[in-house]
Structure formats: C-alpha cells, structure tokens
Design a protein around this ligand. Structure first.
Ligand code: NDP
Length: 254
C-alpha cells in the first residue's frame, strides 16, 4: 500500500465487524474499531486495531468518536457502517419506542456518522463508504417488520448517497449478507420472545424464536469471515461495485 489507508468500522466488538477489523489490519490498513463494548476489542488491539468508544444512538458520542479518529490519523479513507441489530417481533406488539431505537441504530446513527465523515472524504477528494445492509433489505419475512424497514431504508439511502457523492470521488457500496453465524440471531430471537410474551402471538413468536436460535447455533450458516472477505474486496477494489450479495450460498457482485 503506497500510503497507509485509514478504515473506520462500526460494530467491531463482535461478529462481522470484528472479523473485518482483523482482516483489514492484517492487510496493512490503519483500522479504528468502534463499539460500546470496547473491552471486547482487546484481541484486536493486540493486532494493531485502535478501539474507539461509540454509542451510535448518541450524537455526541458519534461526533467525539469521529474527532478522535481525525485527531489520531488525520483522515478517513474507508467507513464501514456495520453496527446494527434485529428488532424482531410482531407489529402489534413491538413498542414504538423500540422501533425508534431500531431506526436510531440501523439508520439515523449511521446517517449522522456519514454526515460527519463526508467533509473529510470530500477534502481528500476520495473515500469509500461501505454499508452493511442484508438480504432483509430486499426480501421481507413476517415478525421482522422493523428490521426489514431499516434495511430497506438503508438500501434507498445508500443508492441516493452514491449519486450525491460520486462527483467528489467517493464510492458507496452496499453489502447484503444472508444468514451469518453471529450473535445477531440470538439477539433477534430474544427480541421476538420478549415482545410477544403474554400476548396472543406468544406461541407463534416462541416457535419462530426457537427456530431462529436453532439456526444461529447450527453450522448451516456462513462464517462471518465470508462477509469480512466481501468487505475487504470492496475496500481493496479500485472499481465501483454498487452491491455485493453474499452468504446465501451465493456470491454475486452486481
Ligand atoms: P453482532 O451482534 O455480532 O454485532 C453487532 C455489532 O453492532 C456489535 O459490535 C455491537 O457493538 C454493534 N452495535 C449494536 N448496537 C450499537 C450501538 N448502539 N452503538 C454502537 N454499536 C452498536 O452481529 P453481526 O456481526 O451479525 O451484525 C453486523 C451487521 O450485519 C448488522 O448491521 C446486521 O444487521 C448485519 N447483518 C447480519 C446478518 C446475520 O445473519 N448475522 C445478516 C445480514 C446482515 P456493541 O454492542 O459493543 O456496541
């Protein structure tokens, strides 16, 4: 690499983000890993990743984190927007406050981060923003309305952003993972169970949550490294690839 490129990855304390940070630091990038559970990034720190605290629902936290990266590295070449979770539950049951939190994490926090990073990328006349969407941003299943809504929103947001920032030499890439073996499914199953407890949907939700838990603890799903590889390909590629669909037995770049 001619110049050490700086990558900022949100949600680097576990799953896809953790493995991506590990892979990119090993490839010679200067990597900043952001999450609330900074202590979970101790292993990454040993490899050379710089952990930074981030609560993506808190605007001050986002601003402080970006400033800290700029103070330390002076630039951000690649932003990987990966932090997210699945707020599963039937529409009749999920509290609107929880639905708002789902949007805060998966969309509004991400959007605020993009707003704060773009001036730096524009000043550099280059940059790449990689947004981790999902197959759930293209296909809807029941009991996942709010999660799907955030990922569909992220698809549209990313496509609009790509057109707006292309004149400044900035690329926007969407990655759409299928089912990946991380804690994501266990957290989503907990949301599903909790939101339906004591309601007419309880049995249906419990059955779906059991199935989800079984799937996410089985070996049927792809390893997070599959997505880390796709993010790395997108990071390294000199050519624009608007979308990568990965991890559903399919590896497609469109
Ligand atoms: P994990 O649960 O393993 O990781 C989620 C990450 O998001 C954690 O590092 C967590 O950090 C971070 N995060 C959650 N809330 C916040 C917050 N408020 N502020 C800052 N960081 C936060 O799941 P995955 O690795 O699977 O998920 C990564 C992305 O991939 C998500 O956007 C998810 O929707 C997407 N995805 C996952 C799929 C799967 O099957 N696993 C499929 C398709 C897409 P911390 O809690 O420490 O703050």
């Amino acid at each position: 690499m001619d110049q050490e490129k700086v990558v900022l990855i949100t949600g680097a304390s576990s799953g896809i983000g953790y493995q991506t940070a590990e892979k990119l630091v090993k490839q010679g990038y200067r990597v900043f890993g952001a999450a609330r559970r900074v202590e979970r990034m101790a292993g990454l720190t040993q490899l050379g990743v710089t952990p930074v605290y981030l609560d993506i629902t808190d605007e001050d936290s986002i601003a402080e984190m970006v400033q800290s990266v700029i103070d330390q590295a002076g630039r951000i070449d690649v932003l990987v927007n990966n932090a997210g979770y699945g707020s599963y539950g039937v529409i009749e049951n999920v509290k609107i406050s929880e639905a708002k939190n789902q949007f805060e994490v998966n969309i509004f926090g991400l959007a605020r981060l993009v707003q704060l990073v773009l001036p730096h990328m524009r000043a550099q006349h280059a940059g790449k923003i990689i947004n981790i969407s999902s197959m759930a941003g293209r296909i809807t299943t029941y009991m996942g309305a709010w999660y799907h809504a955030t990922k569909y929103a992220l698809e549209a947001f990313s496509d609009a952003l790509r057109m707006e920032v292309a004149p400044f030499g900035i690329d926007v890439v969407i990655i759409e993972p299928g089912g990946i073996k991380t804690n994501w499914g266990l957290i989503a199953a907990d949301h599903l169970r909790d939101s339906s407890k004591g309601t007419v949907y309880e049995q249906m939700a419990d059955q779906a949550a059991d199935k989800m838990q079984k799937t996410y603890t089985s070996n049927r799903l792809s390893d997070p490294m599959v997505i880390a590889n796709a993010i790395t390909r997108a990071t390294n590629s000199p050519h624009p690839h608007p979308r990568y669909l990965v991890g559903y037995g399919a590896k497609v770049s469109v």
